[in-house]
Design a protein around this ligand. Sequence first.
Ligand SMILES: Cc1ncc(COP(=O)(O)O)c(C=O)c1O
Length: 398
Amino acid sequence: MATQTFSLPKIAARLDRLPPYGFELINQRIAQLSAEGADIIRLDIGSPDMPPPQPVIEMLQRSAANPKYHSYGSYRGLPAFRKAVAAYYERRFGVQVDPDKEVLPLIGSKEGIVNLALAFIDRGDAAIVPDLNYPAYTMGTLMAGGDVILMRLDPERSYAPDLDTLRAHPDLRRAKLLWVNYPNNPTGATCDLSLYEQLVAFCREHDLLLCSDNPYAEVVYDGYRAPSALQVAGALECTVEFMSLSKLYNMAGWRLGACLARREVIEALLTIKSNVDSGHFRPIYEAGALALNQTPQSWIDARNAIYQARRDALLAACPSIGLNAFKTSGSLYVWAKVMNGDDTAYVQSALEQAHVSLTPGSMYGPAGKGYVRISVGIEDERLQEAIVRLRAWYAKQH
Ligand SMILES: Cc1ncc(COP(=O)(O)O)c(C=O)c1O
């Protein structure tokens, strides 16, 4: 039989528009160094290091033991979970939504962020994305064939967008979505309700859907309380808010979140999702509902006190490692300017020589050039060890 050569079909041109996921590149280098025996301390990834509340884990175990709970669920998710999300929004923010029509469970908010772009963005459309941003806003837009309009966030404005500059953007007419995220990844910047009021007014004026990505609403310090964009009167008409249990209850690996929006937005997203996924495993919804309904505020406060102490240790260390930190009251990160030099060179040198992994700010957009992001999602002893190593590394160079 003649041997045939096989040619793999050409990968879709869509992928040419997507830069490689930044963390993938960091992961590859860390894997190489680890294989060579290096003990790398990872301050790059924003994943909680502590477990979820114990009753949540026990509920997952009990529910998984039920032989009836292993079949496909509903595309709209478990009603009890949707109810728990709505009840949490009412309790925490005074926001009322219909759990059956205005809440949709997600397989982590990242999934919903990307699928929302597929639901709203056609070729030639655009999404307004903050420069600095969580990369999924950009990636979703590009995957959908749309263009990104960058909206600069500057430290001089405490990383709030400049809506007057945006108003004058020549491509504003093409935009359909406007993404914001406070408490912010990567800067940690927070906002008050007045920013959401301005954003809702701006989005109404320009027929934009305001996409408020709010996974860090409960990762806050110094007595700060984060608002929801949906607290603005009438916001539900023009706003979709994404919430997530990843950071709220240390459940990042569980992949559970939700979005809240008017019925048409939920239905459009559901049309995409029901053709892509088939909902979550029922025990995850049940445990997620329990987390939302029963976790006391004292559990969140105690967890945040640990993060706050780590943030303070990092803020104190920054001047001795050539960084000028931006003090913030939210998110899992310290955002700091490299005093002399380039963020990529700083991060590379810290990884290669101190075996401490940080994230270069330029991964979050052009405005991140010259900054680094440091995560507090790491055990206290490892964080202390990282600070010792970074100090010794920096002192050797200067
Ligand atoms: C701003 C922001 N949005 C969304 C996500 C995604 O979270 P999830 O785990 O819910 O997909 C993250 C995760 O780090 C994030 O930082």
